[in-house]
Design a protein around this ligand. Structure first.
Ligand SMILES: CC(C)(COP(=O)(O)OP(=O)(O)OC[C@H]1O[C@@H](n2cnc3c(N)ncnc32)[C@H](O)[C@@H]1OP(=O)(O)O)[C@@H](O)C(=O)NCCC(=O)NCCS
Length: 215
């Protein structure tokens, strides 16, 4: 997996979590137990922090970022994702808060300071504008997003099922993928020493004539 520090901050990932080899996790990021980060996702905690709770899945191609401290956003804005959240494929979560047991549909965008309260489903391709608060227990869809109706019993149950399903799936992937420590030699690679003298130029090769010599 590709995990790297940024300045003083190194990602902290629970040993039971799964980060796909092609995902990228940078800086001030915490990923709690049994969560999963799927292929080609980016979790970039360079200019503020990112917190991902337990049993949460961040599916393929998702981008999670934050906002830096400036006069336009004093203190900056972290991204906080709760427990048992399903983040679908190719979602963008930017400096926002997602509470427990939510489902963020494929391709949705959640912008700065938006708050998605617990047990909300966001339809695929929706856009949640900055600062918007989505009320617990409802279905939301559209761009800009609008509240559609309360989630029914079956849909609420699905939010729990979805988190459990992805927890099981990440265990199957982990079983097939050797942990990074097992396949990487931790010895730092030394830079190749420069040669003391430049290597001798190769001698020009004489071409052999293809015509047979006369006897
Ligand atoms: C939002 C979703 C749950 C709606 O399910 P649903 O049972 O069809 O909901 P409803 O039938 O009550 O639809 C409500 C309205 O929203 C519309 N709608 C449904 N999904 C929509 C979407 N993604 N964007 C915009 N409108 C949507 C419906 O057409 C309907 O419109 P109408 O009232 O004008 O007829 C589903 O379409 C969806 O987007 N699921 C996301 C799945 C996903 O991404 N999972 C993650 C991958 S694991």
């Amino acid at each position: 997996m590709s995990v790297r520090p940024f300045e003083a901050n190194t990602p902290r990932i629970h040993p039971s979590a799964y980060v796909d080899e092609t995902a990228l996790v940078i800086g001030d990021v915490e990923i709690a137990q049994d969560s999963s980060i799927w292929p080609m996702s980016v979790v970039r905690g360079d200019i503020q922090s990112i917190r991902i709770g337990a049993r949460t899945s961040i599916q393929d191609g998702t981008i999670i970022h934050v906002t830096h401290d400036s006069r336009f956003c004093p203190g900056g804005q972290p991204t906080v994702i709760g427990n048992n959240v399903t983040v679908g494929h190719k979602v963008i979560l930017h400096a926002c808060t997602i509470e427990d047991f939510c489902l963020i549909g494929m391709g949705a965008i959640v912008m700065d300071k938006a708050i998605v309260q617990s047990r909300v489903t966001i339809g695929a391709g929706s856009v949640v504008p900055p600062g918007k608060v989505l009320e617990s227990g409802f279905l939301y869809v559209g761009s800009p997003i609008r509240q559609v109706r309360p989630l029914n019993e079956r849909e609420l149950e699905f939010l729990e099922y979805s988190a459990q399903n992805y927890q099981r799936l990440k265990d199957r992937h982990r079983a097939l993928t050797a942990p990074a420590e097992a396949i990487c030699d931790p010895t730092p690679i030394k830079p190749e020493a420069a040669p003391a003298t430049p290597p001798a130029a190769p001698k020009p090769r004489t071409r052999r004539s293809s015509t047979p010599k006369r006897s």
